[in-house]
Each structure stands twice: as structure tokens, then as C-alpha cells.
Design a protein around this ligand. Sequence first.
Ligand SMILES: Nc1ncnc2c1ncn2[C@@H]1O[C@H](COP(=O)(O)OP(=O)(O)OP(=O)(O)O)[C@@H](O)[C@H]1O
Ligand SMILES: [Zn+2]
Length: 690
Amino acid sequence: MYHWPAVVVATPAHSGVGDLLSYRSGAALAAGTLVRVPLGAREVLGIVWRCDDAPPEGLAPGQARDVAQVLDALPPLDAGWRELVAFAARYYQRGLGEVALAALPPPLRDLTPEQLARRLKRPAKAAAAEIAPDHERALSPEQAGALAAIDGATAPVLLFGTTGSGKTEVYLQACAHALASETTAQVLVLVPEINLTPQLEERFRARFATVHGHDAVVSLHSGMTPPQRLAAWIAAHTGRARIVLGTRLAVFASLPGLRLIVVDEEHDPSYKSQDGARYSARDLAIYRARVAGARVVLGSATPSLESWHASEQGRYRRLDMPSRIGGGALPRLRLVDMNHQPKGALIAPPLLAAMAERVARGEQCLVLINRRGYAPVLACHACGWKSGCPHCSAYRVFHKLDRTLRCHHCGFTQRVPRACPDCGNLDIEPIGRGTEQVEEQLARLLAEARRPDGGPARVARMDADTTKAKGSLEAQLAALHAGEVDVLVGTQMIAKGHDFRRITLVAAINADASLFASDHRAPERLFALLLQAAGRAGRDAAHSAASELWVQTWHPEHKLFAHLRAHDHPGFAKAELADRQAAAMPPFAHQALLRADARTQEAAQGFLKAASRAAQALPQREAVTLYPAVPLTIQRVANVERAQLLVESDSRAALQRFLTAWQPLLLQARSAPEARGLIRYAVDVDPLSV
Ligand SMILES: Nc1ncnc2c1ncn2[C@@H]1O[C@H](COP(=O)(O)OP(=O)(O)OP(=O)(O)O)[C@@H](O)[C@H]1O
Ligand SMILES: [Zn+2]
């Protein structure tokens, strides 16, 4: 007698092929079993979703194809995992096969059962180096209160702990409790960008790998090699790994013993995927914890407005840790009104003096600027030429160190021209500032400053350009921790999560652009960035009294600064949520974007218009607002024209029903005459920027 497993395979999105394909098998296969099945002329990896006793209706005898191989060396993927990927596919409007197979480590796709069995037998690699064990610390009263509340929580927890309040120690001890609850218990710890916090990974290893075995803590992120990812995934799937520490993709790790999920820096935008299934790992973590009956803790000093709102409504349980470990003060805000500074000053004189003072005391400064490169544009004042990218509607950035013009959108790079390409004028000049220029100028402006040992101030830079090489970021962070740098200039990566001990001054030198951006999330982002950046200063209580956050602005009266001065995230959140409510913006409304990429802007918008027209006939149309198609702010990237259409509803469920009903019509709109030239389209549910 035959069995008829329905198997999920990776079919391309919108291919029209169903998600579940029926095969024939001599043996009954448990749901979640990994198999290799024929698909067209190929043989592909699939996941058994269910197994029927009778062939599917309408299948002619002789049409059935057999399951080629069963990867039975691996236990099946459990029901919780399957429910998670099914939900993610549904909610983010993607194919089940696409989401489910993308959630598995890539090398699994090509392994035969024999290769896999061998892989599983291979003993885990011995630990590279002996790690000194890290012992639990005696908790502060606030930490102890938070930990007890987490242990007893039935709802998701929002751990609202100021910068330097010791959230990490709470996570560590909550993990220890979860692991102690059952011998098979597992914990998932999500972090925004694993490379940015090598310290955190070390702490988890030192605390747990020294107790539970060196493969009890594994990482999972996109920077790992495929074999490393496979090994970590298998360790998690088979229960050998007790703690998985990873970036957003790790939310899909197979964790049969999952008891606790921690989402550190939950406000970070990198939890939202920007391609494929555009999922939010933070939101999926909440869903996953519910399905698994696990606890979930979202932690941040600057919670997202979504999470804050949920905690106000009582859907999340908020725990406050307002004090810094050691009782240190938070940095004092110093606003520099640029209207009263010398014209063209990059760094206002009082700020410069304050920095020189820190250098003289052997303290460190961080200088934050949101652009890398030397200058965002190179221009000719004679004819008006600007360093536009021929392939994008954006300027190429001037990088002085290697004398290039580089497009940060498509990567197109050329040598800097000697003269204006249009008029031959030799006098072409940079406009605006980037990290390279700030580093160069600060070195010059601080030339007179002396360290306590009499040496000159050491200025360094940290951004995507200086941290490209493997290990360079770790090396630069180590140099800063070791006190080999006095002033560090960098992009927002220097503001994230680091536990620096000797920083007493943080400066944001051109934050204004975000004050008046059209994106409704811009103020939230800026406020979080500035508070997080400030949080890098004064972490050592001994130096905290003199720690300062300097912000150069042309708009010192802006209301955001009043909340910043008071380190008042609750006040800021309250005001911002009131604005959002008045404007019917998320989290008071729910949004999705239909995005289109095409050879021409007409085609991109043509597709969106056809899709919009088709939607009018849907009964679910009533509950949503469809906005007109518009080009993206950066309309063309790498010669692809981009446009989008916003869909909004005050009910999440109604928006979901509409999107599901709309999907098949999108497939048809593709072939509308005005969509000729369309390259691809995608739905982005809960987009981060519109
Ligand atoms: N109970 C404790 N006793 C002594 N030191 C502690 C304790 N808890 C935490 N610390 C130390 O306090 C410092 C700040 O803690 P941590 O880095 O966890 O802060 P955080 O809340 O994560 O801040 P941020 O949001 O800025 O990342 C660290 O150096 C940590 O080792
Ligand atoms: Zn370009």
C-alpha cells in the first residue's frame, strides 16, 4: 500500500504552482520529515507537510512520482516550527515553500541522506580556545525585580531599561533559569547585527559554554560560511545547542526545546527583512513564543512605538529599569545653536574645546555623522555639474582616500575626474560632509590637543568602509576599549549597544536632516539614535557626572530636544503616539506596500494602477484605503525604475483579508498591457518606511 505525502518545495514566488505537491511513498512519513523529491527534471529538497492514505483527487494513475530519498537521519521539523513558517508565509504574503525552504540552511538543499548521516556523526569541533568562565553577578534590586517578573510572566515582556542599566545580565540569568527548568530547554537570543556586539557573544559563551559544553552556544547569522550555518542549525535542531544567538534569520531556527526568546535592542530596524519575505523577526518572535508556550522578552532603552503602545494597552508587560548600574548619571544634553556659530563651522568652537578637554583628561569622545565617504556630492560651480550616478537617481559620494566617486545604491565606482566632465573647469568641490572629512578635519582641529602622556590626540574612524575586512571591526572596537583612540568618528554603528568604559562625550554633528523628514518614523529613529548614542557615554559611574551629549542643530527649539534633555523616552513616546493617532498612522493604522520594479517608471506605475483597478471589484476592498501609485524617493536604482502603492486599514485582520484576496489579481495585473516592462513586484506588510 502506498502513502501520499503532500510536500512543500521552494517554488518561485507568484509562479502559480501550488505550495503543496503530492508524491507517492512506500512508507508513511511523519509531518516535518525532510525529503528529496523530483520537480520537473530536477530533484529538490522538500518538507513533508502531511501524509495522506489515498492519492489526491484527479491524479491519474501513472502520474504519481515517488519520493526520491528520505533524510531520516534528521528528526522531523516539529509542529511549532511548521506553524511559524506557515504563519510567516500567510502574513507576509509569500509562498509557503519559499518561506519554509529559505528558513533552512542552504547546504541542506544539496546533501544526500548519506552525506547528511556522515555529517551528523562527525564529532563537534573542539573549542578553539579556553574561555574563562563568567560568573553570575549579584543583581541590583531593579535587575532582580525584572528577573522575577520575567520568570513569572505569561504575556510578552518589554524590558525598558535605560542605557547601562544591565539588561544583559538580566537576559543571562533569565536564560540560566530557562535552561535549568528542563534538560532539553533551549533559548533563542536575537540581536540586530551580531558583528557589532562581539562582547555580547563572548559573554554568552563565557557564561554557558563553560558549563553546558562548548557547542551549547551557537551563533546563526548571514556572515557565517554555509558549512558553519549547517553545523549550527543541526546543533539547534537536534537539541545539542541550548542557546542560539543570532540575527533576524535565526528566528526561523529549528528549536524543539524552545522555552525563552530574548530580542535585544528590539527597536532596531534591522529586525525587518528588506527582501524576499519582508518579515519582522521581532514580531515573529512574539508569535513563535506563543505557539511554543515560551516566554519572550523584548529589551531596549528606546522601545519602538509599536512595542511601547502594546505595553500601554497591557498586551505586553512593561518592566522598568531606570537606573544605571553603579548609580551613574545619564549624560547632560548640550545643544549647540548653529545659528550663532561661525559660518561654515563643521564643529562649533565650544564643542571643539570640550573635546580637547576630554582628550587632556584621558577620556574618549564619539562623533556621530550619518554619512560615510568624504562628501555626499562633488560639484562644479562654473556649470552646475554634480556627481550624479548614471544608473540611479542619486549622487555618487566622493571618497577622498581612494579618490573615487561611488554610488552607495548600485556600487558604480569611478576615479574622481581631474576636471569637470561637462565644462572642463578644474575647480570641482565637495558639498556636504561625510565621515572621512570629519575625521580629516578633527585631526587638524585637534592638532594642539594633548593627552595626559603629552602625546597628540588620536582620531580614528569607524564606518562600513573601515570595517569591511573580516575581523577589522573587532580590531577597531578592541583598540577603542584599550584606550588607543581618543576620538572616534563614525556612522550609527558606533552608537549601538557597546559597553564602552571611557567615553564621556558624544557629539551628533548634523542630525537636523531627520527632524523634518517626510517619513513619519524619522523622529522616532532620531530620538532613539541620539539616546542610544548618549548611552555610550558615562557608563563608568566614576566618570558619569561629567558626561555630555552634544547636538549641533539649526533648530534648538524643536520639541524632540526637550524630551532628549530629560532622557524622557516615555514622554517622547506619548507625544509621538498622540501625533500618530491624530494622523491615523501606525500603530493606529495598519499598512502594506505594493512595490514594483520595472524598466520604465510608466510600467512600474502601470502595473500598480492595473492592480489597483482590479482591487475595486473585491468585496474586501471596502475595509481598506488604496493610495495612488507614486515613485520611490530614490526612483531609479541600477537602471531599475521603482514605484509603490500604499494600502491602509484600521484593522489588521481586514488588511490581511484584502491582501490575500488581492494576490491572484496581482498575478493577472502583471500581464496588463500598461505593465509591459515590469521586472518584479512584492508586497511589504508593516513596512518600515513609506
Ligand atoms: N549586577 C551587576 N553588578 C555589576 N555590574 C553589572 C551588573 N549588571 C550589569 N553590570 C555591568 O554594567 C554595565 C552595563 O550593563 P549592560 O551593558 O548590560 O547595559 P545595557 O542595559 O545592555 O545597556 P545598553 O542599552 O546601553 O546596551 C556592564 O559593564 C555590565 O557588565
Ligand atoms: Zn548608482
